[in-house]
Ligand binder design. Structure first.
Ligand code: GLY
Length: 311
């Protein structure tokens, strides 16, 4: 059985009036991504499929990844990504890297071409330059410039968020989600997962979230593959994606496994989060505790997609 599941991020704040107007378009885009990744599965591996799915979304400014990434406090793009091959238990990741449109491919290069798992900052950028994987691309999209301006107005006392507030609350208000991810099971029974993001608007320069942390935002082994989205700090301290896979290993359905970990994250951190999961039998789980998780899946039987939760 072959399965690809993709997500376009969980909303971690309530959509503003009119803010749902693009929902249908986003779901359509994700269904297209899932179908294109499924075609990769016909000839390639689960690893190839999740990389391809994430690459497509990194090029689309609709999503907070690659081109279209959220801007940090000083108006720059610093991206995070990770990828894991559950059939070999190998993983690669990059954090807070500038000028790279496809950090997921850079993460795969870390996995396949170095003895390391995680490269960050200027070191990751220089590695990208050496491999011809970018390092000097302009990833700032105009929609993110205005989003950051509005976020700053809120932080400084104006804007719709209304007033100065602690940095922790700013994350909840202005972290728009839209991180992207993919999980897949190929015809050989191999599982893989990948995640990519621009992170949170107004994050501090150098901040690295769960999408670059194997076991937090991304995890895969022989039992299941999982990608997460939400406020990354919560998934890091709770080892979110790893715990979901562990719960599948205890016999839970992937959806139930994701819900169990989301309950823990909510209870212990108060944060919104979401997961997509596929297990070695091809069973799919999509679950969130936020304001809606955009997802789509493709199998040999067809493609489906939607917004999980968030009413
Ligand atoms: N989950 C994306 C981030 O926190 O950066």
């Amino acid at each position: 059985m072959r399965v690809v599941v993709v997500h376009g991020g969980v909303r971690i704040s309530r959509p503003r009036p009119g803010g749902r107007s693009r929902d249908g378009e986003i779901v359509d885009k994700l269904m297209d991504v899932a179908e294109r990744a499924r075609r990769v599965l016909l000839a390639g591996s689960a690893l190839d499929a999740v990389e391809e799915a994430v690459r497509i979304m990194e090029e689309d400014p609709t999503f907070n990844a690659g081109y279209g990434s959220a801007l940090n406090l000083v108006g720059e793009v610093e991206v995070d990504a990770s990828i894991m091959d559950g059939s070999t238990m190998r993983a690669g990741a990059v954090g807070a890297v500038r000028g790279v449109l496809h950090p997921v491919t850079l993460a795969r290069a870390v996995m396949e071409r170095t003895p390391h798992v995680l490269l960050v900052g200027e070191g990751a950028r220089e590695f990208a330059r050496k491999l011809g994987l970018g390092g000097d691309e302009d990833l700032v999209h105009e929609s993110r410039v205005s989003a950051r301006r509005e976020a700053l107005r809120g932080a400084l006392g104006g804007g719709s968020a209304g007033g100065t507030m602690p940095a922790r609350d700013l994350i909840g208000i202005y972290g728009v989600g839209e991180t992207v991810g993919a999980v897949a099971l190929d015809g050989e029974g191999r599982l893989a997962a990948a995640t990519s993001t621009g992170g949170l608007t107004l994050k501090l320069p150098g901040r690295v979230g769960d999408s670059a942390v194997v076991g937090a935002g991304t995890y895969a082994d022989g039992r299941a593959a999982c990608s997460g989205t939400g406020v990354g700090e919560a998934a890091i301290v709770e080892a979110g994606a790893f715990r979901v896979v562990e719960a599948v290993g205890r016999g839970l359905h992937p959806r139930r496994a994701a819900e169990e970990v989301l309950d823990i994250i909510r209870r212990e951190t108060g944060r919104e989060f979401g997961f997509i999961v596929v297990d070695r039998s091809g069973r799919v789980g999509v679950a969130q505790m936020g304001y809606g998780l955009f997802w789509a899946s493709a199998t040999d039987e067809g493609v489906e997609g939607g917004i999980e939760g968030g009413g």
